[in-house]
Design a protein around this ligand. Structure first.
Ligand SMILES: Nc1ncnc2c1ncn2[C@@H]1O[C@H](COP(=O)(O)OP(=O)(O)OP(=O)(O)O)[C@@H](O)[C@H]1O
Ligand SMILES: [Mg+2]
Length: 778
């Protein structure tokens, strides 16, 4: 793991479901253009293969971009104001502390050699031009590869017109073998074989296939749609239909059909050959942005003429016809349409008069999803819901767009932006969440329960983003609105928000007082989730005020409640709070063990802010035990984590002292060059690499309680020690397996060995023992 491994990093490019065919020269040409020019735009008609070519260039050129190739996907995006957010998310720049601006993106990319692929610029040309132009001006090392049906028109831009795939000339009768050297033929054969296993271009069908791909002008999407017909038709049938139809369209003239018409004709044909129900679903499902799952199709697209129990079959039919593409995401099956195919469906939806109804249903389903996510948030399915919300992000945006654009829908929009507040926070979408809320609040000015919640969330996100003074008037408005509606939960949250503001200002005593009120009010309202969300913050503030006993007991209580509910996000925060207490008490080993435990919970949530705070303590510990090289590497990891979060550690003022001390000690222990090298190594890691580095290193002896006391001499391997920490944190075998990315059965055998080696018989015994060891001696 090191700088070497990062060369050729293409994680940002979606994995292709089919092999890339032909286009060797085009790939080389585009790469050539990219080395000569910093902006290259691939243009061409819909379905010609611009996106696919761009991704292939990205994969083959990756070696030249040690800081990665990243894809910014704009299809389906309506709000130009979100371009920067989407770009930042593509760069894994999840702002949690600062307002996300183009400057932050520039800062992040400043020293990097990166290729940005900006896909589907055509519908957002003005903002794309503005943003890409500014990035290129500010970053001399940056290269941009755009795909767009129209050129961007930026100075220095080189355009590359993507032609269809190569087709054989009409006057020749090549052999099957020769024919397959034409990429259009190879693509047709590959796609036909996918629906008709064993299909091959042979001497018998060579002529027909040759004529067909020529007739389809080598257009990849047209070839795919035609090949999908092979299940029920022969190549000859397809050719006859195509020739007939094209003759009709060209009035029998020998002139070739313009390409967009070729594709249009193929789509019309695909559409005609669909069943009535498939046509209905094609149109209705075009309302989804960023794909959908079966549940969503059943909830949104059904009617008397498309009953719910038939949707699966209809979806299946559309997948077979290449109208829908099946993908797996987070263990769930999702379907999406290529942009050209979706636009075709949208035109039919608009003509059907069902557009508004479908948008409303789509919005209702998003609301239902957001409400269920919120209901399940404080429980064992938290990570699964977070993953689901991530894959539904584009749909969430589309639904909020609808609410903003449609009179009378603003309250629903507020609920849509408010319910996923933990998603905005944990996933680093504070800026985007605030943007939606501020737009909605500006439109919906009349007080209502939805508005109260929206105000509360708006203030919360603002505070988390560090906009303390800006959020104060929002809190006041929130309190007044809550008073009008006698909303007890809102009163409790207002106390929490004020506490947070005080904490960020460094007023620990005042913050503790306010958090104390918040916890009490949440408890009185029977809201345990709210109470624990405030409780660990109370623990940190009372610790800062010097009451470590109270802090410890709050941490334990918070951990007990969250573990009883199977919740992990707040539990991780409570572990982190306890870790700070132990650090303050001088028990650095225990603090480090707790930080690592918390990281295991935070890893599947990808909560950058929480992760950075815990890595701080692991770094301080490495420095404290004299492992200066590792500490320097961890400082490098922290440098890029804080940069990606968009703010320095100053947001947690109580930690800056230890950070500075750590850096000072490490610099003193290492030669300048050695320090810089280790720092750069850490700074170059991806998040996954960084976490592997932070977590896989066993604590240096005698850093763990397992090496001491009555269990001294018991040989736990580093992995077993790690497993023991996770058991103590209350994780199930399934969670342990997920956290360590090992099979559940492997996790089970680790657990068995740990208990056996420690002479214990149950997980609760182990947890009790560890907690006992951590309680400071009176
Ligand atoms: N060289 C290729 N090898 C394999 N498949 C290809 C190739 N080129 C295009 N395709 C396939 O053809 C279809 C259309 O290609 P793509 O989506 O890249 O077109 P596009 O020009 O980006 O269209 P749009 O303008 O709608 O964005 C996709 O399913 C893609 O995977
Ligand atoms: Mg495309």
């Amino acid at each position: 793991m090191g700088a070497q491994k990062r060369l050729g990093k293409t994680d940002g490019i979606p994995a292709a479901l089919t092999a890339f065919i032909g286009r060797r020269e085009e790939v080389a040409d585009v790469r050539g253009l990219l080395s000569a020019s910093r902006l290259v735009t691939l243009t061409g008609v819909g379905g010609v293969g611009k996106t696919r070519l761009a991704f292939q260039v990205g994969v083959t050129a990756a070696q030249a971009f040690p800081d990665g190739v990243h894809v910014v996907e704009l299809a389906g995006l309506h709000d130009p104001g979100l371009l920067v957010d989407i770009m930042a998310a593509a760069l894994d720049l999840r702002n949690q502390r600062a307002r996300l601006t183009l400057d932050l993106v520039v800062e992040h990319l400043r020293t990097k050699r990166t290729l940005l692929i900006v896909d589907n610029c055509e519908h957002l040309l003005p903002v794309c031009v503005e943003v890409v132009d500014s990035l290129l001006r500010a970053l001399p090392e940056l290269r941009v590869l755009a795909t767009s049906r129209h050129v961007l028109g930026i100075t220095g831009e080189r355009t590359f017109l993507v032609s269809p795939l190569r087709v054989p000339l009409p006057e020749r009768e090549p052999s099957a073998e020769e024919l397959l050297t034409y990429s259009a033929v190879a693509l047709f054969e590959q796609r036909a074989a996918a629906v008709l296993p064993g299909f091959k271009v042979t001497q018998d069908n060579a002529m027909t296939v040759g004529r067909l791909v020529r007739c389809l002008d080598g257009l990849p999407l047209a070839l795919e749609l035609a090949a999908a017909r092979m299940r029920t038709l022969t190549v000859q049938d397809i050719l006859e239909w195509t020739e007939q139809r094209f003759n009709l369209l060209t009035g029998g003239s020998r002139a070739a059909l313009p390409r967009h018409q070729t594709l249009r004709a193929l789509m019309d044909w695909s559409h005609e050959l669909c069943s009535e129900r498939e046509r209905t679903l094609w149109a209705r499902a075009s309302v989804f942005a960023g794909g959908f799952d079966l549940e969503a199709a059943e909830a949104v697209c059904t009617s008397a003429d498309l009953p719910r129990h038939e949707v699966l079959d209809v979806v299946h039919g559309l997948v077979e016809k290449s109208v829908l593409i099946r993908q797996e995401h987070g263990g769930r099956c999702r379907y999406r349409m290529l942009e050209t195919v979706r636009e075709y469906g949208q035109a039919h939806l608009a003509a059907s008069g069902e557009l508004a109804m479908l948008h409303r249903r789509h919005r209702d389903h998003r609301l239902d999803l957001a409400a269920r996510a919120q209901d399940h948030w404080f429980g064992p399915d938290q990570v699964a819901w977070l993953t689901r919300l991530v894959s539904e992000h584009a749909n969430l945006r589309a639904a909020m767009d609808f609410c903003l654009d449609t009179p009378g829908e603003v309250a629903a929009g507020m609920a849509l932006a408010t319910l996923p507040r933990h998603y905005w926070i944990a996933h680093g979408g504070l800026g985007e969440g605030r943007r939606w809320l501020s737009r909605l609040l500006a439109v919906g000015t009349q007080n209502s329960a939805a508005r109260v919640e929206a105000l509360g969330t708006y203030a919360y996100l603002g505070l988390m983003q560090g906009a303390v003074e800006e959020s104060m008037p929002v809190i006041t408005e929130y309190q007044q609105a809550a008073k009008q509606l006698q909303d007890a939960t809102a009163f409790a949250w207002a106390q929490h928000h004020l506490g947070l503001a005080a904490a960020f200002r460094g007023e620990a005593e005042r913050a503790a007082e306010l958090f104390e009120n918040a916890v009490a009010q949440h408890r009185a309202a029977g809201d345990l989730a709210g109470a624990t969300e405030c409780m660990f913050k109370l623990a940190i503030t009372v610790c800062i005020c010097g009451d470590t006993d109270r802090a410890l007991s709050l941490c334990r209580e918070c951990q007990t409640i969250t573990s009883e509910h199977g919740e992990t996000w707040i539990r991780a925060d409570a572990l982190f709070a306890e870790c700070l207490v132990h650090w303050q008490l001088g028990d650095h080993d225990t603090a480090e063990a707790l930080a690592r435990q918390a990281l295991h919970f935070l890893r599947p949530l990808s909560d950058r802010w929480g992760i950075a705070l815990c890595v701080e303590v692991v770094a301080w510990h490495a420095a404290a035990v004299g492992d200066a090289e590792r500490a320097a590497c961890l400082l490098g990891i922290l440098q890029s984590l804080w940069q990606a979060i968009g703010g320095p550690l100053s947001a947690a003022p109580f930690m800056t002292g230890s950070h500075q001390q750590c850096e000072q000690d490490v610099r003193a222990a290492l030669a300048q060059a050695q320090f810089e090298r280790a720092l750069r190594r850490g700074a170059g890691f991806t998040l996954d690499e960084a976490l592997a580095c932070v977590l896989d290193k066993a604590p240096a002896a005698p850093a763990s309680p397992w090496d001491e006391g009555p269990y001294r001499g018991i040989a736990l391997t580093p992995r077993e020690r790690e497993v023991a920490e996770l058991i103590a944190a209350g994780m199930s075998n399934k969670d342990i397996a997920a956290s360590l990315t090992i099979a559940q059965r492997t996790a089970e055998s680790h657990v068995g060995r740990v208990l056996a080696k420690l002479g214990l018989t149950s997980r609760s015994q182990l947890a009790a023992w560890i907690h006992q060891r951590r309680t400071p001696a009176p």
